[in-house]
Design a binder for this molecule. Structure first.
Ligand code: HGY
Ligand code: MN
Ligand code: MN
Length: 400
């Protein structure tokens, strides 16, 4: 097996946590292109170079540690949610660093990567989507975060480091180790999850515009209240989704912006996020039709204007059968009887990479199933098991 060093791996994981440590538990605040994110990426590039890899930053801020010739790629993302955990993405990035180092020592070409903006400050999995050719650089540059900052302006902060895009053809496949971010492995006392498929996702912003007015003198029946428009819309989709969704289907409004945001003003504008996920592409499309119909009906009934942003669409992706088999064999060897096959309800960069090469993913347990929160954590023994299973599988795959 590749000569991975668990102590070195854990030390690097904790060092990466120090970039943007929130001061609350093991929480981290390290959004794409923030100071801690850029500092972490500079540190990663130095680690890749110190390991004898070619350190490289691409135009969208993803950082690569490249082995000579054709190699197996291992990695994830090192940016976090506005309130993130220390392991979401970081685990896979440090697994990539450790496997690439061990690969160099063992003469097994393994490359490493930390993709940029997987967490969607601008658009979910932006870095790997642009690298993968799903979104043009021009389209990405026009994306904005919730404050109106453009991707172009943000990525300009790393322009001094940026080179060309890395050619996907130099890799024979991709492995990503990630925390489960759900409850199942932790509840079952299991150590590893071999991912079968990654859900598809749709994501957009919806804006209702009505009439800003006085909260005290405007009778209820004369209002064109944008917030009440959103509430009416939400009720319509909840009612109509019942015939379409399954217990695995999820939909979320995670961000709402009311304008002008005063207690004494009837909001004239309400912009909110609408995200939905499922393992079935047809179901995602049926949900989209319901959403767009509910928007139009609500605007008409309430005398509002409605506008929608461009919609981000990633379809469900099955993992490569051969790579999955290598992970299953490795999991049984390292944690006999304490692993399972399972789908991923979270999105990952592996979705973008899968269009170019075989990919597979390995999950480790999340304590109490918590993620995208400062409380996110995993027992160190489970982190080391994840690294060991990945190294075992990488050896099998690299050997061919
Ligand atoms: O939202 C997701 O699934 C990922 O954690 N960004
Ligand atoms: Mn992630
Ligand atoms: Mn995440």
């Amino acid at each position: 097996m590749l000569p991975v060093n668990p102590d070195r791996f854990l030390a690097d994981l904790h060092h990466l946590r120090s970039f943007g440590a929130s001061g609350v538990g093991k929480g981290v605040v390290r959004q794409a292109f923030s100071d801690p994110d850029i500092a972490a990426r500079r540190w990663l590039a130095d680690q890749y170079a110190a390991a004898g890899l070619t350190a490289h930053v691409d135009p969208v801020g993803s950082v690569w540690g490249l082995a000579e010739g054709r190699s197996l790629l291992v990695g994830s993302h090192s940016d976090t949610q506005p309130e993130g955990g220390w392991l979401d993405g970081a685990l896979g990035v440090i697994c990539g660093l450790e496997l690439a180092r061990a690969g160099k020592e063992a003469g097994r070409p393994i490359s490493a990567v930390s993709f940029q903006d997987e967490e969607g400050r601008f658009g979910v999995t932006t870095g790997s989507r642009v690298w993968g050719g799903f979104t043009s650089l021009a389209e990405a540059d026009a994306l904005t975060d919730t404050t109106g900052t453009t991707f172009a302006a943000a990525r300009a902060r790393m322009a001094d480091m940026a080179g060309d895009f890395v050619d996907p053809a130099r890799f024979m496949g991709f492995l990503e180790c990630h925390i489960e971010q759900g409850p199942w492995l932790d509840k079952a006392g299991e150590a590893a999850g071999v991912v079968t498929s990654i859900v598809g996702i749709r994501d957009m912003r919806i804006t209702f515009s009505g009439e800003q007015n006085h909260a005290g003198t405007t009778p209820m029946h004369l209002r064109k209240d944008a917030y009440r428009g959103m509430l009416a819309y939400q009720q319509k989709i909840t009612d109509r989704f019942r015939n379409v969704v399954t217990p695995e289907t999820v939909w979320t409004t995670g961000h709402v912006d009311l304008y002008p945001g005063s207690h004494s003003i009837v909001p004239g504008r309400c912009t909110f996020s609408m995200q939905w996920r499922d393992g079935d592409r047809d179901r995602l499309e049926r949900m989209e039709a319901i959403i767009r119909e509910a928007i139009a009906e609500t605007a008409d009934e309430q005398g509002l204007m409605a506008d929608t942003s461009a919609m981000l669409a990633l379809d469900p992706v099955p993992m490569d059968a051969g790579f999955r088999a290598a992970l299953e064999t490795a999991a049984e060897a390292v944690a006999p009887g304490r692993w399972r096959r399972m789908p991923s309800g979270a999105l990952h960069d592996a979705t973008s990479v899968a269009a170019h090469m075989p990919v597979a993913m390995l999950f480790v347990p999340s304590i109490n199933g918590i993620s995208h929160a400062f409380e996110e954590d995993t027992a160190e023994a489970d982190l080391v098991t994840g690294l060991t299973v990945l190294a075992h599988a990488a050896e099998t795959i690299a050997r061919g």
